[in-house]
Design a protein around this ligand. Structure first.
Ligand code: SF4
Ligand code: SF4
Ligand code: FES
Length: 258
């Protein structure tokens, strides 16, 4: 076990655990936008900043992609943390001013008006903060790799591989929309229509592809109204997207309380 202190509290953690998860478990309130406990950390949104001290030296760091270490002292609410988090949120607000999650965090951090001019999103997704959570779930959990972040700087955007309009590998499972922190992904019917247009013997069922149903073809002939898995996905109250259940992954409580 690893032992560290968080806001003055001594805390134990498993080696390799993310500082963000451990801090939250200890009762600290650290915000996040791009962190999902079941995905590989990416450190894109920068709102999960904390201050870490080790051997007499302190630095600000993102906590979602910082592995716990023995003996470190972590403070989650210093003046430096608050100042830099506020600056990060002002930038995110310029990128995605209509995203409710960004607006909520901005308000909670004392931002009352936008300081920077609106940055036009290159991908055309007005609420996208380019956190890559959708592309990570698609690659790491679904295995379809139908989305990716491309280019850099002000040309950075979210695209299908080779900038196709609809990725041929997309199985229309909706996991990307499910994990997006800013509701920027809208499922289009184009992907599911493309699957339906394939001849019966070539049509894969998206949930069968995720290992949730035996066989590779849709047993309901693509009538999603008859599909139990699809109904479960549609239930707004369901905390789990089928893809996580299919992979034997379950979202811990911390994620529900995000
Ligand atoms: S719907 Fe599923 S397969 Fe398609 S892009 Fe989203 S996560 Fe990937
Ligand atoms: S669409 Fe959502 S999940 Fe994907 S990069 Fe943008 S904000 Fe992140
Ligand atoms: S949650 Fe840590 S950088 Fe986004």
């Amino acid at each position: 076990m690893t032992t560290l202190t968080i806001d003055g509290k001594t805390v134990s953690a498993k080696p390799g655990e993310s500082l963000l998860d451990v801090a939250r478990r200890s009762g600290a309130e650290v915000p996040s936008l791009c962190h999902h406990p079941l995905l590989v950390p990416y450190g894109a949104c920068r709102v999960c900043l904390v201050e870490v001290s080790k051997n007499g030296k302190s630095k600000l760091t993102t906590s979602c992609n910082y592995e716990v270490q023995d003996g470190i002292e972590v403070r989650t609410d210093t003046a430096g943390v608050r100042k830099h988090r506020k600056a990060v949120l002002e930038l995110l607000l310029a990128l995605a001013p209509e995203a409710p999650a960004v607006q909520g965090l901005a308000r909670a951090n004392g931002i009352t008006a936008a300081r920077y001019q609106r940055i036009e999103p290159p991908s055309g997704r007005a609420r996208c903060i380019l956190c890559g959570q959708c592309s990570r779930v698609c690659t790491e959990v679904v295995g379809a790799a139908a989305l990716c972040l491309s280019k850099r700087g002000d040309r950075r955007g979210l695209v299908a591989p080779f900038e196709e309009r609809v990725a041929q590998s997309c199985i229309a499972c909706g996991a990307c929309a499910h994990v997006c922190p800013t509701d920027a992904v809208e499922m289009e019917s184009a992907a599911i229509e493309r699957l339906r247009a394939l001849s019966a013997d070539r049509r894969p069922c998206r949930y069968a592809l995720m290992g949730m149903m035996p066989g590779a073809l849709c047993p309901n002939n693509y009538d999603c109204a008859l599909c139990e898995v699809d109904q479960r996905f549609q239930e707004a109250s369901s905390p789990h997207h089928p893809v996580f259940v299919a992979r034997g992954l379950h979202r811990p409580k911390a994620w529900e309380e995000r």
